[in-house]
Design a protein around this ligand. Structure first.
Ligand code: SAM
Ligand code: SF4
Length: 494
């Protein structure tokens, strides 16, 4: 193929990760990154369906693309991702100007489907119902990639989810949980490091259950067990020395943190999301002892009311959550904690909302993604129509919750004033291009005055001189590391 492409990403990191792979496939097929949708030959919309406004944004964008396509009929439009998986044929019906509709399990097919479309005269719709687990090559992380930022890489460690949170559509659109083989992940991180990546973020819906299915497969077919990666080096040596020894046969998420954290060139390891019910002491121990693993835990709370947590099927109480958080803070020095909270889940009373405020205050979050509950057709909670919380009640609860989170995040930021922080430079600040923006190990946003020319991907020491609720302000003191690779940004996040 020739011409240019643009990929627009709606939604979460998993989608950003898949978009980078779709961009990689398109470039491998000869397309070049385009500047904007107005002039691109191929436009890919990688969609999300976690909340309703994502649907609205997709159909709004498709409306705009329709007028572009009327002017330039050669424009090719691809809709990929969760919404495509969920709505399947109805996208092609509602928007017949779309050329290809593809789901979450066939990212690897992006280019083939475009070619198929060119050979025929009808839109191509391909939605697979699940990932082919046996074929490791089909894990999107194994595909060619064009990274949004050359120094940072997303790596999928598991796909899908085996939980059944009552509000959540992920299991329906991403399928059951499948762990990616340990050695494949580590090899991917080695390759990324050779490409100049210094920060990796491991992605999964419930990262702490990583490896559960590898155990089952290992037991079902013991010949398939590769001791070097399923058992870890030490365990493999023990097994060799004493074949009768009782060695662990499944890798833990903690093993993965250790392995990825020791890849040469990798300076920071992040991950998202751990499920509070599965946060294990081993993970906390690995976070504390592996220097590359950042002191940041994103631990989604969802609600502080036990009644609502139970109705959501989250598998923990508020007390248990706070205990796990306390364990993590005790184990990991200088830990920053962020969370996700849903306001207005069906049946949420004033007392439930109050409980969430109390738990949020006690947890002293450094930041939170707060969402108003959005019914997703096909999920259990979407059936509870008579218990839906009125929009204005949810909005008022949200405002109070935000005030609580902002208070603790401001205090957390203020506590950094006077410290010198290691910052990974992202680029010029949007509001004031004479300043640079970056992230600390705790994932705090920093705007700072640079000392000379500093490229994105550099690591610098910044003295924090001031702080607000959303960011730190500082002055650069020292350049620690300059990247050796060029940075390109062809994929636009919405
Ligand atoms: N696997 C992660 C976990 O268990 O915490 C969550 C992944 S989900 C992509 C990200 C966040 O979206 C959730 O933590 C939740 O707060 C929010 N979310 C999911 N479904 C939602 C819904 N129907 N309405 C509002 N927020 C929702
Ligand atoms: Fe959704 Fe729950 Fe799975 Fe997270 S753990 S993806 S919220 S079902």
């Amino acid at each position: 193929m020739s011409g240019t492409y643009v990929v627009r990403t709606f939604g979460c990191q998993m989608n950003e990760h898949d978009s980078e792979r779709i961009a990689g496939l398109l470039e491998a097929d000869g397309l070049a990154p385009g500047d904007d949708v107005e002039t691109a030959d191929v436009v890919v919309l990688n969609t999300c369906c976690i909340r309703e406004n994502a649907d609205n944004r997709l159909y709004g964008t498709l409306g705009h693309l329709k007028s572009l396509k009327d002017r330039r009929p050669e424009l090719e439009i691809v809709v990929a991702g969760c919404l495509a998986q969920k709505d399947q044929d109805s996208i092609a019906q509602r928007a017949p100007h779309v050329d290809v509709v593809m789901g979450t399990h066939n990212v690897h097919r992006a280019v083939d489907l475009l070619h198929e479309r060119r050979r025929g005269d009808q839109p191509v719709v391909e939605i697979l119902s699940e990932t082919v687990a046996e074929d490791h090559e089909l894990f999107p992380s194994a595909l060619p990639v064009v990274r949004q930022a050359g120094y940072a890489g997303w790596v999928t460690i598991q796909m899908g989810c085996d939980n059944s949170c009552a509000f959540c559509i992920v299991p329906a659109v991403r399928g059951p949980e499948i762990s990616r083989p340990f050695a494949d992940i580590v090899a991917e991180v080695h390759r990324a490091a050779l490409d100049g990546v210094t920060e990796v973020t491991l992605l999964g819906q419930n990262v702490n259950s990583y490896g559960r299915d590898l155990t089952l497969r290992a037991r079902a077919d013991s010949d398939a067990v590769d001791a070097d990666f399923l058992l870890g080096d030490a365990a493999a040596a023990a097994a060799q020395a004493d074949p009768e020894a009782n060695v662990r046969v499944r890798p833990l998420f903690a093993d993965l943190l250790r392995a990825v954290g020791s890849v040469p060139g990798i300076q920071r390891v992040r991950y998202t999301s751990p499920h509070p019910k599965d946060l294990r002491p081993e993970t906390i121990e690995a976070m504390a002892s592996v220097p590359a693993v950042c002191e940041h835990l994103h631990l989604p709370l969802q609600s502080g009311s036990d009644t609502i947590l139970s109705a959501m099927h989250r598998g923990y109480t508020a007390e248990r959550y706070l205990q796990r958080l306390a364990d993590a803070r005790r184990g990991i020095d200088d830990l920053a904690v962020t969370t996700d909270i849903i306001v207005g889940f069906p049946g949420e009373t004033d007392a439930d909302a109050e409980a969430t405020l109390e738990v949020a205050a006690e947890a002293r979050f450094d930041g939170a993604f707060t969402f108003v509950y959005s019914p997703r057709p096909g999920t259990e909670a979407a059936e509870l129509v008579e218990r839906f919380v009125p929009r204005e009640v949810a909005a008022a609860r949200m405002e109070r919750l935000r005030a609580v989170v902002e208070r603790s995040s401001r205090l957390g930021n203020l506590a950094r004033v006077g410290r010198v922080e290691e910052v990974l430079v992202v680029g010029p600040s949007r509001k004031d291009p004479s300043r640079l923006t970056g992230r600390t190990r705790q994932n705090r946003l920093v705007h700072f005055e640079p000392d000379g020319a500093v490229r994105p991907g550099s690591y610098v020491q910044v003295e924090v001189v001031d702080a607000t609720t959303t960011h730190l302000r500082g002055v650069m003191r020292e350049l620690l590391f300059a990247p050796t690779h060029r940075v390109r940004i062809p994929v636009a996040a919405e």
